[in-house]
Each structure stands twice: as structure tokens, then as C-alpha cells.
Design a protein around this ligand. Structure first.
Ligand code: HEC
Length: 107
């Protein structure tokens, strides 16, 4: 009995700490690793690749008014020169990275 409690307790703490770090980091980390080379660290699209492909700044009205579902669809399936990330990122990672884009829009 005592043993069980310890095992569940340890598992719970591991799950909890894992969950918290992924919420705090993975959207930003994914963005920096996969997206910033075109969209720029601040989401402005102000990079050589972003300018050449005409990536809109994320804080432009057209992008701000898109729903989370629409942004998730663009990241999953791609749009024009924007590559799709289906199979390269998990659904959860795509959701996190879209949540991170929302924080860039507020800057
Ligand atoms: C190779 C360059 C490139 C990379 C890498 C890239 N994008 Fe894009 N992205 C674009 C371009 C270009 C567009 C504009 C597409 C259009 O509307 O013609 C775009 C559009 C978007 C849009 C929709 C906004 C709009 O302007 O319609 C979102 C959201 C987005 N990208 C997110 C991401 C995320 C998240 C990643 C990383 C997982 C990423 N992009 C990686 C080039 C890129």
C-alpha cells in the first residue's frame, strides 16, 4: 500500500512537471526552430525568405481576424508558398505554435 502511493505520487509529479514545461516552451521552441526563418522571430515576416515569399506579418488585420481553426489549417496543410506541417509536427505542437503566434500578435 505504502509502495503504491509512492509510485503514483512520483508518476503524478513527473506528469505534472512535463505538462507544465511543454505548455510554457514548446510553442515558442517549435516556432523558433521551424517558422522563424520565414516569419521572423517577432512574426513580422521581415526575413529574406519571408520578404521573397510575401509572408504577411502575423499582426496584420487579415491574419488577426483569422480563427484559430483557420491558422491551424494553414500550418497543417500549407497555403501558397507556406509549407504544410502535417506529419512533421503533431496536432498538439501545431496548436501550441498557433497559441504562440497569438502572443506575437499582441506585440
Ligand atoms: C518557407 C517559408 C515558411 C516557413 C518555414 C513557414 N511559413 Fe508560414 N507562411 C509562409 C508564407 C509565404 C505565408 C503566406 C501564404 C499566403 O497567404 O500566400 C505563410 C502563412 C502563414 C500563416 C497564415 C497567415 C497568412 O498570412 O495567411 C500562418 C498561421 C503561418 N504561416 C504559420 C507558420 C508556422 C506556425 C510555421 C512553422 C511551423 C510556418 N508558418 C513556417 C512561409 C513560411
Amino acid at each position: 500500500m505504502q509502495m503504491r502511493i509512492t509510485i503514483y505520487g512520483t508518476l503524478g509529479i513527473l506528469l505534472l512537471s512535463g505538462g507544465v514545461t511543454s505548455l510554457a516552451q514548446s510553442g515558442a521552441d517549435t516556432y523558433k526552430a521551424k517558422c522563424a526563418m520565414c516569419h521572423a522571430a517577432d512574426g513580422s515576416g521581415n526575413t529574406p525568405a519571408g520578404k521573397a515569399m510575401k509572408a504577411n506579418p502575423f499582426n496584420s488585420p487579415d491574419v488577426v481576424k483569422m480563427s484559430d481553426a483557420e491558422l491551424i489549417a494553414v500550418v497543417t496543410d500549407g497555403k501558397a508558398k507556406m509549407p504544410g506541417y502535417k506529419g512533421k509536427l503533431t496536432d498538439a505542437q501545431i496548436k501550441d505554435v498557433v497559441a504562440y503566434i497569438r502572443t506575437l500578435q499582441k506585440k
